[in-house]
Ligand binder design. Structure first.
Ligand SMILES: [Zn+2]
Length: 316
């Protein structure tokens, strides 16, 4: 094995390492929230379903609007108090996706989806975590207008962090859906798969939703077995990433493969196979002879693979 190539400094993971101070204690203080909304430093991220609204600016777009500017973009569906960034109040304001569409005609605005913003670096990286926070909570509001217990209309309270049912008194809180994303390792080889949804050259870690009653480790074992027929032993947690498409939390792991014969579940994956370190290195360096690629650095899969290449995996 030749010496490990230089992959450069570790890139920043997208949507993670939020600089927002959530100040959850203020959520039940309506007078304080009204005062914060009137603060001249207050600003909002504007989300219309999958669409993020930003101002065109140089060198990158500016996703912050004054609350007055935000409300003028379209009728507000919900407003969420996200917390403070550098002492300034930050809100998420939802507009209907149908209201975001005509904004595309405006020359001063950048109207696009969050994945494009993150992958292409269309705004400063520090904006990605609060945009992810706003998008996920606003998506939850859009899907929880009615009580799941009795069916009555619910009302947003607590700065957008809860919905109450006035009929049966049930309280509803924003949900996060945990997903395990893992790299199975067999010595100097790792297991990558291709979803039919991927761009044609891309290979990535396997992933799947954690089911009720499962630990991270159980879900890693089950998903790797189901999707690729590989039995895993020890599992090492690596790190996690908010994934607001729509409300997931990616739990990154490495897993020790105990078997090597792959059986691909064609309903989940187009293909899966073992990649050795030299092939993975050529993919990370974008020099693969067949042009095969990895997910971009904003995605945790990139970091999970990179950690293995950097010999950072320790099964204890
Ligand atoms: Zn109810």
């Amino acid at each position: 094995m030749p010496p490990r190539p230089d992959f450069g400094p570790k890139p920043r993971l997208g949507y993670a390492e939020s600089r927002i101070e959530r100040a959850a204690e203020l959520r039940t203080d309506q007078a304080a929230l009204e005062k914060l909304a009137a603060d001249p430093r207050a600003a909002a991220y504007v989300v219309g379903g999958e669409t993020i609204v930003a101002k065109k600016a140089a060198p990158v777009g500016d996703p912050l609007f004054t609350l007055g500017e935000a409300r003028a973009l379209g009728s507000t569906t919900e407003m969420v108090f996200l917390g403070f960034m550098d002492g300034a109040p930050r809100f998420g304001i939802g507009i209907a996706p149908s209201a975001a569409e005509p904004l595309k005609a405006r020359g001063d605005l950048l109207i696009t989806d969050l994945r494009s913003i993150a992958v292409q670096g269309l705004v400063e990286a520090d904006h990605l975590p609060p945009i992810a926070e706003a998008k996920a909570v606003l998506h939850w509001h859009a899907r929880h207008r009615f009580c799941s217990t009795c069916g009555a209309a619910t009302l947003p309270v607590c700065g957008g962090w809860k919905r109450d049912c006035p009929t049966c008194k049930a309280e509803h809180f924003p949900r996060t859906d945990p997903v395990v994303i893992m790299l199975a390792i067999d010595g100097d080889r790792c297991l990558l798969g291709r979803s039919p949804r991927f761009v044609p050259t891309m290979w990535s870690c396997l992933a799947g939703f954690i089911e009720p009653g499962e630990s991270f480790e159980d879900a890693v074992h089950r998903e790797t077995q189901e999707e690729a027929g590989i039995t895993c032993g020890r599992v090492a947690y690596y790190r996690s990433q908010p994934w607001p498409f729509p409300t997931s939390l990616m739990i990154g792991c490495h897993a020790e493969a105990l078997t090597t014969k792959i059986t691909v579940d064609k309903t989940e994956l187009e293909d899966a196979r073992w990649f050795d370190k030299s092939e993975v290195a050529s993919m990370l360096l974008r020099k693969h002879p067949q042009g095969l690629t990895m997910p971009p650095p904003v995605a945790i899969a990139h970091h999970i693979v990179r950690a293995w290449m950097d010999d950072e995996v320790n099964f204890g």
